[in-house]
Every structure is written in structure tokens, then in C-alpha cells.
Design a protein around this ligand. Structure first.
Ligand code: AMP
Ligand code: ZN
Ligand code: FE
Ligand code: FE
Length: 281
């Protein structure tokens, strides 16, 4: 059993359509793939249809933008009820923040002397309801301003840089119980990626577990071997589910191929047993 529990499609900032992503997952030899677009569930239906066609198990999920101790933290939510009104309302609020941010980023970049328009970005974000910096990056690539998404994030779009604009994110301590109330399972995405190690320490993880956090993503490309060993030990102490995944973005992120990290079947079974429903059902 090969299980990859974190991927993105063009419903957010991946480059594959949800259907193509699932087809690719099957081709890559995966038995189970979770679609976890940023703040969006709009790719689920197409992904499920193709999963049925190609005979792979789809776990519907999402990666929610949250804030914890003034830092951005990504929360994976698996199998929540997509019609749970408070969850839908909160996701709408996050998506509205994304939509409102794009013109602000474009204005900031223009102020900085870069010729880019809202239409340029809209062309890249296309069918996505979750417009994000990667789409701005793609527009900058097309304009010849930078070579790739990586360069855009390294020079223009990160905090402290000319094109950075903050946006709304939910409080993590409120989102964890909300995911649980929606029948979903809450797992922290890349908890020690990009310098978050300081805020998501053992005490913080224990506190979040009390609120309903089920697990942590340990095997992720943003974690060093030493980080992974320490996180695995922490998860064992706290009895948290351990996951591993690719965080695939299609062509949008190098070194994140489908199945590059995987989740152990026992850990996956445990995770599914905590959800209000089963994959495919
Ligand atoms: P946003 O969702 O607009 O806040 O943009 C953040 C997203 O951009 C992250 O969730 C990643 O998927 C992506 N991202 C962040 N850094 C990079 C990078 N260096 N190269 C490519 N994508 C990135
Ligand atoms: Zn992303
Ligand atoms: Fe993330
Ligand atoms: Fe992700």
C-alpha cells in the first residue's frame, strides 16, 4: 500500500487539474491519494470521478490557512462534511481574504516598478477559487520578471519584500475543533517547515491535541532527517498519528513528486477510523 496524503491541484495552486492529478497518482503507483487544496474543496467531485475510473482511493481533504502565535500554520483536514455550515463560512472568509489580496499585491508590485496587471494573475489562477502568491509568481514568470516560482518567492513575494501583502487566516485553536465538529480529522502540515519549529514545540502540540488534533505530518520535504526523527519521537510520546506526503504541486514546486514521502498503512487506518465517514463513501 502506497499512500500520499497531501497534494494540490489547479483548484488551488497546483498545476494539474484534479482529474489529471488523480490519474498521475495512479500512474505513480499510489493506492491512496488525498487531494488537499488550499482552503478549497472545489476539486473533490472531479477527483472522485476519476478515482472511481482508475481504481484508486481518494481521500477528500484540504489544507487550511491558519494563524498560531502570529505565524502562518497550515492545517490538513481530512474527510470533513463539505456542507458543515460553520466550516463553509470560515473557508469563505479565508477565500475572500485571498481574493482581496491579489489587487493589493499587484498594486504593490506596480509601485515597485513591475509591469503586471490583475488580468495577468487571473489568467494564471484560472479555475482556482483560492488565488495565491503562486499565481502571481506564474504571472511574473510569464512577464519575464523572474525565472520561476522559487525566484518570485525568494525576491518579491515573501514577508519583508516589495510584493508581500498579508491576508486573513483562521485561529488554529479555533480551526482544529471546527474540523472535528465537521466530522473531519485534523493533522498539522509540515509543522517544522520554514522556521515554525519554535512555535510548534512539544507543549504547543500537546495543547492542540487537547483541542482535537489527531496527527502531524512528519515525512515532508521541508523537514530535515533530524527534524523527522525528533518529530517522530514526539508523536510517539503524545500518541499522535504520523503521516508522510509529497505536497505535490504539479510543475509548481520542484522536488515534490507524488509519492516522494508516504504514510504507513497502520497510521492511515487510524486516521480514517477517526473520521465521520470513509473515503469513497
Ligand atoms: P499563499 O497561499 O498565497 O499564501 O502562498 C503560499 C503558497 O505558496 C504555499 O502554500 C506554497 O504552496 C507556495 N510556495 C511557498 N513558497 C514557495 C516557493 N519557494 N516556491 C514555490 N511555491 C511556494
Ligand atoms: Zn500550495
Ligand atoms: Fe503547506
Ligand atoms: Fe501544501
Amino acid at each position: 500500500m502506497r499512500i500520499d496524503l497531501h497534494t494540490h491541484s489547479s483548484a488551488s495552486d497546483g498545476t494539474d487539474t484534479p482529474g489529471d492529478l488523480v490519474r498521475e497518482a495512479a500512474r505513480a503507483g499510489l493506492d491512496v491519494v488525498a487531494l488537499t487544496d488550499h482552503d478549497a474543496m472545489s476539486g473533490w467531485a472531479e477527483a472522485q470521478q476519476v478515482a472511481d475510473e482508475v481504481g484508486i482511493t481518494l481521500v477528500p481533504g484540504l489544507e487550511i490557512s491558519t494563524r498560531f502565535r502570529h505565524r502562518g500554520v497550515h492545517l490538513l483536514a481530512y474527510l470533513p462534511d463539505p456542507a458543515h455550515p460553520p466550516l463553509v463560512a470560515e473557508l469563505d472568509r479565508i477565500l475572500a481574504g485571498r481574493t482581496a489580496r491579489t489587487p493589493a499585491i499587484v498594486a504593490a508590485l506596480r509601485e515597485h516598478g513591475i509591469d503586471i496587471s490583475e488580468d495577468d494573475v487571473r489568467r494564471e489562477s484560472g479555475g482556482s477559487v483560492a488565488a495565491g502568491r503562486p499565481h502571481v509568481a506564474d504571472a511574473l514568470v510569464r512577464r519575464g520578471v523572474v525565472a520561476d516560482r522559487g525566484e518570485a518567492f525568494a525576491t518579491l513575494l515573501s514577508p519583508g519584500q516589495p510584493g508581500y501583502v498579508n491576508r486573513y487566516a483562521s485561529a488554529l485553536e479555533e480551526m482544529v475543533p471546527l474540523v472535528v465538529a465537521a466530522g473531519g480529522v485534523a493533522v498539522l502540515a509540515h509543522p517544522w517547515g520554514r522556521g515554525s519549529r519554535g512555535v510548534l514545540d512539544a507543549d504547543a502540540l500537546a495543547g492542540l491535541q487537547d483541542l482535537g488534533l489527531a496527527g502531524i505530518e512528519v515525512d515532508h520535504q521541508d523537514h530535515s532527517a533530524a527534524d523527522r526523527a525528533e518529530l517522530r519521537a514526539l508523536a510517539r510520546d503524545l500518541d499522535l498519528v504520523v503521516t508522510g506526503s509529497s505536497d505535490h504541486h504539479g510543475l509548481g514546486k520542484v522536488d515534490h513528486d507524488l509519492g516522494v514521502n508516504t504514510t504507513e498503512p497502520e497510521q492511515y487506518e487510524r486516521l480514517v477510523s477517526l473520521a465521520g465517514r470513509t473515503p469513497g463513501g
